[in-house]
Design a protein around this ligand. Structure first.
Ligand code: PHE
Length: 329
């Protein structure tokens, strides 16, 4: 009882317990000795020994509870929390500049009445080229050299643009159609302005009486929403097999304001997208009557727009995911 009372910590107490109740402890010795006593004494001594053990055990338990209670009181004193201190806010992350740009572009077109459609990254030659009026061996295929997927038949490719979504959508729906199709595209191309994997947003509108004026009006409005209300824009004639006529759209160089610099190659203009009126040949592939319907389409590279908005000079920075770079946006 004195040893129990003297214990100041849980480990003191367990020490004492070992000394008396352990294999060679005093209490254990007495309990073992009971068996060897003469029969007349065995019962009386046994009862006493058991009572003594029970008393000691409950004294141990009581002391243990007491020590734990004291310990808790001490640590509460030490670890007291000052609830009046200001909190530590978690450091919020944010979206990648490509995702940000993508979602801004999509929300601009949603406001203009377009809905979002998606298509597969691994495409057939038919949707990526053939139905977009690139016959086999057509030289325009060279502009979009891609990665071919081993499939036995040799007709699976990683899509080189989001234009196949035009075909997939028109196959499923009758006009009017107004869609935008965001997604990942692939080309065998790599330098400071080209990445073998990048993103595009495609647009397609088909209805009765759609003209090139609708195309120009819509894209001019989009550029004002994205690059500022006074950004000058221009359209230049171009060529795509699936649009006729075809155009490319430029905005006034955001870096030099038009006076000429390295980024705009001294021209004062930056190309941001390809577009045109849907070629009647394409309507033929999806069963739309070109006498009844007309449409326009456009496609733009997201990385390029993100680079222009933020003045980023090397596309590869967007994919290295260095936090020192990403945290600037
Ligand atoms: N798909 C074309 C490209 O990737 C862009 C484009 C889309 C052009 C739609 C015209 C119409 O280069």
């Amino acid at each position: 009882m004195a040893a129990i009372a003297a214990a100041r910590s849980e480990s003191d107490l367990l020490d004492a317990k070992g000394r008396f109740f352990g294999k060679k402890g005093a209490v254990s010795g007495i309990l073992k000795g009971v068996a060897g006593l003469p029969v007349e004494e065995r019962k009386a001594i046994g009862d006493l020994a058991n009572r003594a053990r029970a008393e000691l055990e409950s004294a141990f338990d009581a002391r243990l509870a007491g020590i734990r209670e004291q310990e808790r009181g001490r640590s509460e004193g030490r670890e007291r929390i000052d609830v009046t201190l200001p909190g530590r806010a978690p450091m919020p992350g944010h979206r990648h500049p490509v995702s940000q740009t993508m979602s801004d572009i999509l929300s601009a077109f949603r406001r203009l009445g377009f809905s979002v459609q998606c298509g597969p990254d691994v495409e057939t030659d038919y949707y990526n080229f053939e139905a977009l009026n690139f016959p086999p061996e057509h030289p325009a295929r060279d502009m979009q050299d891609t990665f071919y997927v081993e499939s036995g038949t040799g007709d699976l490719v990683l899509r080189t643009h989001t234009s196949p979504v035009q075909i997939r959508t028109m196959e499923r729906r009758k006009p009017p159609v107004r869609i935008i199709a965001p997604g990942t595209v692939y080309r065998s191309d790599s330098d400071i302005t080209h990445s073998p994997m990048f993103h595009q947003v495609e647009g397609l509108a088909v209805d009765r009486d759609i003209t090139m004026a609708d195309l120009k009006g819509l894209l001019t409005e989009f550029c004002r929403m994205t690059f500022g209300p006074t950004t000058p824009v221009r359209f230049r004639p171009s060529y795509f097999p699936f649009t006729e006529p075809s155009a490319e759209m430029d905005i006034r160089c955001v870096l030099c304001g038009g006076s000429g610099c390295r980024v705009c190659k001294e021209s004062g203009w930056l190309e941001i997208l390809g577009a045109g009126m849907v070629d009647p040949m394409v309507f033929g592939f999806v069963g739309y009557d070109p006498e009844e319907y007309a449409g326009f389409a456009f496609g733009m590279g997201i990385e390029r727009i993100a680079m222009l908005r933020h003045g980023i000079s090397d596309i590869r920075l967007l994919f290295e995911n260095d936090i020192r770079f990403l945290s600037q946006f």
